[in-house]
Design a protein around this ligand. Structure first.
Ligand code: GLC
Length: 551
């Protein structure tokens, strides 16, 4: 297997709006990020993935871009960006940009032109269709954020496709001019010296020519992993990616391990790795909404399958959460005060010892938790607002039925400001934050976490350091043990004569465990509680995690 820097790296995702506000407008910004680079350096991460910072009317917090070569007003200027890139590089930290090119904002100049007339030079930059009749869209596809995926536009009496909000019209990738514009724009960023791209919903860029009704309005068979997606990515690779020493990760909802081998194969000349979502999807009760944890056996089956089926063929990315998911410790661990820290550390151990590049979502390293929402007015996210309206206000479910589900999974859980210290607004801003700070900031914050050597923060720091010192953590072969256990996630990693044993308890009570003979009395690389590993028979504490190693 090829050894490369992006396999050995640890990536930290910044959602700039909620990271650090430098000017008191309540919205995080680029100068705020610059002011916290030393914190990230201290944590030990190698790469920052910046969620979108481009010009945007913020219908979907920057995932609706109106100018790819300019910076969002609230975040600063291009000079601020250049300063950030330089300051990061001075600290040996790379910067990966979010590339959102399945769609633009409806305020992007291309779309402003496109809608003007049927023969406008930009008409074919987007996907326009006649309605079935004056009141009926071309087909029954629903958008990811609710309602039809088609928006009627009076100006030319036609509909345009938007798989997300109606302010996010889908680009027409079959048009070579669109591809050229995108590749030129990417080249412009690469020439600036950025270090890679995280590609937003990149598996959706190619749509089928025919656009029939989907089952229950589902567009997936026609828009996800569409007919030309690999062709277009290979073209992108040839024209842009292969010319720079950068890394790429594709957001590929619904991807299978076979498809991932194509998207991110060692020699398929597309992307370096993909985000798969099987472990964070499929637990839904009402659409994606649920208040239940995924059963551990199912979680293990999914992650183990990705570990074994990509081995030596393609590369995994590892994550528990991001800006679209609830907080890891609340979702997969246990955020009750007595278990929050220990379970956050256990989850970190479990993930960072798997094969793949680990992603830390901002605040995860502090063990930040879900937000205690009290009313739908607390939501800022377009997906949560629309979902509440569709499921509750329109009468499909009662508030009581839906509330636990939407609050458990809302994307806003991950979007509350980073808790820097115990001063007002958690030190995130001196103004009024755009979204409320989690009231638990007085106990959970970076100041406390960095000062306490036993904290979740220092545990992450140690995991990152171990990765640098032990190639087995990056390159070792994975093997699952105790697959049927509903309480323990246990696996080994093997590299030549070296071997690791990783044991993680996912339960809030003690459990008996037998250390496999070959590991009894070996070196413990890390553990999240005090325990002894020198005898085979042992009792694991609630949410205990440890890693044993021999050579
Ligand atoms: C991706 C982003 C998400 C955004 C959507 C539309 O899934 O991660 O935040 O809403 O694409 O761009």
């Amino acid at each position: 297997m090829n050894r490369t820097w992006w396999k050995e790296a640890v990536i930290y995702q910044i959602y700039p709006r909620s990271f650090m506000d430098s000017d008191g407008d309540g919205i995080g910004d680029l100068q705020g990020i610059i002011s916290r680079l030393d914190y990230l350096k201290y944590l030990g991460i190698d790469i920052i993935w910046l969620s979108p910072i481009y010009k945007s009317p913020n219908d979907d917090n920057g995932y609706d871009i109106s100018d790819y070569q300019d910076i969002m007003d609230e975040f600063g200027t291009m000079e601020d960006f250049d300063e950030l890139l330089k300051a990061a590089h001075e600290r040996d930290i790379k910067i990966v940009m979010d590339l959102v090119v399945n769609h633009t904002s409806d305020e992007h100049q291309w779309f402003v032109e496109s809608r003007k007339s049927k023969n406008n030079a930009y008409r074919d930059y987007y996907i326009w269709r006649e309605g079935k009749d004056a009141q009926t869209p071309p087909n029954n596809w629903g958008s990811c954020f609710g309602g039809s995926a088609w928006q009627y536009d009076e100006m030319t009496d036609m509909y345009y496709l938007h798989l997300f909000s109606k302010k996010q019209p889908d680009l027409n990738w079959d048009n070579p001019k669109v591809r050229k514009e995108v590749f030129d724009m990417m080249t412009w960023w690469c020439d600036k010296g950025i270090d890679g791209f995280r590609m937003d919903v990149i598996s959706m860029i190619s749509k089928t020519k025919e656009m029939p009704d989907g089952k229950d309005g589902d567009f997936s068979p026609y828009c996800i992993h569409g007919p030309n997606v690999h062709k277009y990515l290979q073209e992108m690779n040839e024209k842009v990616l292969s010319r720079y020493n950068i890394m790429t990760v594709g957001e590929t909802a619904g991807v299978t391990t076979e498809q991932a081998q194509q998207y991110a194969g060692e020699d398929t000349h597309e992307l370096n790795m993909v985000f798969q979502f099987e472990h964070v999807e499929g637990d839904g009760k009402y659409g994606k909404w649920t208040d239940k944890k995924i059963p551990l056996v199912t979680l293990k089956q999914i992650l183990s399958r990705w570990q074994t089926e990509l081995y030596q063929k393609a590369w995994n990315s590892l994550f528990w959460d991001n800006h679209d998911q609830p907080r890891a410790v609340s979702r997969f661990g246990d955020d009750r005060p007595m278990y929050r820290e220990v379970s956050a550390k256990m989850l970190a151990t479990c993930l960072h010892m798997l094969q793949g590049t680990p992603y830390i979502y901002q605040g995860e390293e502090l063990g930040m938790t879900n937000y205690p929402f009290e009313s739908p007015n607390d939501f800022r996210d377009i997906e949560s607002i629309n979902a509440y309206r569709e499921w509750c206000s329109e009468g499909r479910l009662s508030h009581e039925e839906f509330w636990p589900c939407i609050t458990f999974k809302s994307r806003d859980n991950a979007r509350t400001p980073i808790q820097w210290d115990d001063s007002p607004q958690a030190g995130f801003t001196v103004g009024t934050p755009w979204i409320a700070v989690n009231p638990n900031y007085t106990e959970i914050n970076a100041k406390v976490e960095t000062a306490n050597m036993d904290s979740v923060f220092h545990y992450y720091k140690k995991l990152i350091k171990l990765r640098k010192e032990n190639p087995i953590i990056v390159y070792g072969k994975y093997e699952a043990l105790m697959e049927d256990s509903e309480e323990l996630f246990v696996y080994t990693r093997t590299l030549d004569s070296e071997k690791l044993l990783v044991v993680c308890s996912f339960c809030d009570h003690e459990t008996n465990f037998t250390i496999p003979a070959e590991f009894v009395g070996t070196v413990c690389l890390i553990s999240n509680v005090q325990n002894a590993y020198d005898k085979a028979e042992m009792t694991l504490k609630p949410y205990e995690a440890f890693v044993l190693y021999y050579k």
